[in-house]
Design a protein around this ligand. Structure first.
Ligand code: CDP
Length: 233
């Protein structure tokens, strides 16, 4: 009577969830580097899909057109320099993922059940046979609920606004937060077993160290020990 969930993948998953501009990307990327895990930005999948639909002039309300367009598109997750990269029909949208119009539209695309289903499957594919740090909104709560390594990264709304402005982006984060928290499918929530960290007054380095300490308590190495994949040569 073994658990089937654990048969689905062989890699370990560290889930980092939180609202926009909470610092989770920087934290997740640095954590992955320190552990020698692959860094996966699940928001990038939603952004790539949004970019693709915008290019086809399909609006977020057009559910049927979206489903048909996505069924016909090849969405591929590759890994370059220890980070995931998403290709849509072999095109790499990396330089467009943070365009204003993608920022404006992504939360309305990500609320669609079909879109979430596709991204969730891609994330499982990506995590199969790899150790990964995945950041997003529902990674610990919905996509990898069995992961014992869940973190929720937060910061005050004022700090988050300032951070996004400092990045030079036009991004209505309050509106996106509202959409992400209030949607029917997989809303942004704090998983019951997530460890919550407020990054308003601490550095990325301090947050990463706190996470590494916590992971060490849970049996994952807490220093810069490089964990190598047994298959890597
Ligand atoms: O980097 P930032 O926090 O601004 O956002 P992101 O992680 O790139 O995510 C962009 C949008 O994708 C979010 O506002 C959500 O609407 C959606 N998203 C999601 O619904 N679920 C995830 N696991 C990740 C992102």
């Amino acid at each position: 009577m073994g658990s089937h969930a654990s048969d689905r993948r062989s890699g370990r998953v560290i889930a980092i969830d939180g609202p926009a501009a909470s610092g989770k990307s920087s934290v997740a990327r640095e954590l992955a580097r320190r552990l020698g895990f692959i860094y996966v930005n699940s928001g990038g999948f939603y952004r790539a899909i949004t970019w693709y639909l915008l290019g086809k002039n399909i609006r977020p309300e057009e559910n049927d057109l979206i489903a048909a367009a996505l069924d016909a598109a090849a969405l591929t997750c590759t890994v370059t320099d220890n980070e995931s990269r998403i290709l849509v029909n072999d095109m790499d949208p990396a330089n467009h993922l943070r365009d204003d119009r993608v920022n404006e539209t992504v939360s309305r695309v990500s609320r669609l059940a079909r879109v979430r289903q596709i991204v969730s499957q891609k994330l499982h594919d990506c995590a199969a046979a790899r150790d990964v740090v995945i950041e997003g909104r529902d990674i610990g709560s919905v996509v990898f609920p069995d992961s014992p390594y869940k973190f929720y990264i937060d910061a005050s709304p004022e700090v988050r606004l300032k951070r996004r402005a400092a990045q030079g982006e036009r991004d209505e984060i309050a509106m996106r937060d509202h959409d992400d928290v209030s949607r029917a499918v997989s809303p942004l929530v704090i998983a019951a077993d997530a460890y919550v960290i407020d990054t308003s007054r601490v550095t990325i380095e301090q947050v990463v160290n706190e996470i590494l300490t916590r992971l060490g308590q849970k049996g994952l190495p807490s220093s810069d020990v490089h964990i190598t994949d047994a298959r890597a040569r």
